[in-house]
Design a protein around this ligand. Structure first.
Ligand code: GLC
Length: 463
């Protein structure tokens, strides 16, 4: 018991030490405090990383830092950007920011991906910002912040960015490779699940927080329509279980017109051999991606867990995802919750899809590594689906290893046994993710900060 208290005290102390101050006020947390490795950009506050820290602060009744963060990032959404030919679209929020100073005056410098490796656009930041705004409002009751004109305008700019007409037929959002947590080339361009789940949660948030009237009404109408189409598309076409696999296996291809059953023209030969054995009789998940003639059959954890939390999946599907995690525990949780995606790309696939990325070799980093930050999403989804026995089991594994290994960023190997080859130590979202998971289990009421009820207006699923 004392060990448990010491562990929590250590995690809290480390999180406290990660806080970044701007003009005397706390505004965020650094990505990592690894004293032995060059900081690179890990001394910055990443928007997606800060969500884990923010949840701890909200759950512990310290919302000021979250408010400051929301306000400052909103201001960066509209900052002047001098980026030569790498120009972020209006409405985009930065991947990260840091405090700089000139003549004794502090200012914030944002990175919209123009300084990141391979110039990847952080499409997920604006969605995480919205989801965090909702969590803040829920924790504090400070609806006034969300109703401020600049915040309303910020929400509308995000919607402009993703609801505008595109060269596209699908209700899912078309994005470049590496535009979210997986911020390197990994064959996750097109319509990756994580972006779709974030997009859905962000639209649900906009629906809750946008003021009606002019100009809100037009946006609210567009949001409602898109929500219905998006959930129908994901629930029906991304869903994979053994029955669906068998249907795909027997699909006719090259079908034209409205009566086509194989709508995306998937060829049965594209089913990867590992999948037939791996899919249990009971259990299923949302595929990683779906485009014309292409389904990415890999299991991506964050997208599936977020889909449960946002009620993008229906209740039955959510239970089936949990069944899958339970039955494939060794593959997905193993020796550290949770695998970012399964299985890893190997051989020729690794070469062509990652471009021979040495950081993403098979079963490492984004390519099948285990990321402790995902623990809080796992625990939250388990709590939402009433599977708390699994949540306790996962938390125990993490509590046992993380402090001994100095809270690493990620683990490698098929079961996550090795500390990641290039993992940072004292990674803030690892520390915060552990605290969030623990606090959620102690007080299930906190789940409301992250979770959405089923949307009564969505088109019913037909599986
Ligand atoms: C890596 C991760 C990214 C994270 C960043 C900071 O680039 O891929 O998701 O935000 O590190 O921790």
């Amino acid at each position: 018991m004392l060990a448990e208290q010491e562990l929590v005290a250590e995690a809290r102390k480390l999180l406290e030490a990660a806080i970044i101050y701007y003009r005397g006020k706390p505004v965020g947390t650094v990505a990592a405090q690894d004293a032995e490795t060059e900081a690179l950009n890990y001394d910055q506050c990443f928007v997606r990383d800060f969500v884990s820290s923010a949840l701890v602060f909200l759950m512990e009744g310290k919302p000021d830092i979250v408010r400051n963060f929301l306000v400052e990032v909103l201001a960066l959404q509209r900052c002047d950007r001098h980026l030569d030919c790498f120009k972020p679209g209006q409405g985009l929020m930065p991947a990260s920011f840091k405090v700089a100073s000139k003549n004794g005056e502090e200012y914030l410098v944002a990175d919209f991906g123009e300084q990141a490796i391979a110039r990847v656009a952080p499409i997920d930041s604006c969605f995480w910002w919205l989801i965090l705004l909702r969590a803040y409002v829920k924790a504090t009751g400070d609806l006034a912040l969300a109703h401020q004109p600049d915040v309303q305008q910020g929400i509308r700019l995000i919607l402009d960015l993703c609801l505008e007409a595109q060269f596209d037929l699908f209700p899912t959002l078309l994005v470049p490779d590496g535009s979210f947590m997986i911020d390197r080339r990994m064959g996750v361009y097109g319509y990756p699940l994580e972006i779709q789940a974030l997009f859905y949660a962000a639209l649900r948030t906009a629906q809750e927080l946008l003021l009606s009237g002019d100009p809100g009404d037009a946006y609210l109408q567009a949001v409602e329509t898109r929500l219905g189409h998006l959930s129908y598309h994901i629930r029906n076409y991304y869903w994979l279980d053994f029955q669906r696999l068998n249907e795909i296996y027997r699909y006719q291809s090259e079908e034209f017109g409205e009566t086509a059953i194989n709508k995306f023209n998937l060829y049965p030969d594209a089913i990867p051999p590992w999948l037939t054995d791996w899919l249990p009789d009971r259990g299923g998940y949302l595929a990683g991606n779906l485009g014309s003639g292409w389904m990415d059959f890999r299991f991506f954890s964050l997208g599936n867990l977020l889909a449960i939390l946002a009620a993008l999946t229906d209740d039955q599907q959510s239970q089936r995802i949990m069944d899958l995690i339970e039955q494939r525990w060794q593959d997905l949780v193993g020796q550290m919750p949770l695998k970012i995606c399964f299985p890893a790309l190997e051989g020729q696939d690794w070469q062509t899809i990652t471009g021979c990325d040495p950081k993403n070799i098979p079963w490492s980093y984004h390519n099948g590594g285990n990321w402790p930050v995902l623990l809080w999403l796992l625990v939250a989804a388990e709590q939402k689906t009433g599977r708390t026995e699994l949540a306790h089991k996962a938390l125990q594994i993490a509590a046992h290893r993380l402090p001994l290994d100095q809270w690493p960023e990620y683990y490698d190997g098929r079961t996550g046994r090795l500390v990641g080859k290039a993992a940072r130590t004292y990674q803030t979202w690892t520390i915060a993710g552990f605290l969030v998971a623990r606090t959620l289990l102690e007080n299930p009421n906190h789940l409301a900060l992250l979770s959405f009820d089923a949307d009564p207006d969505v088109v019913a699923c037909t599986i």
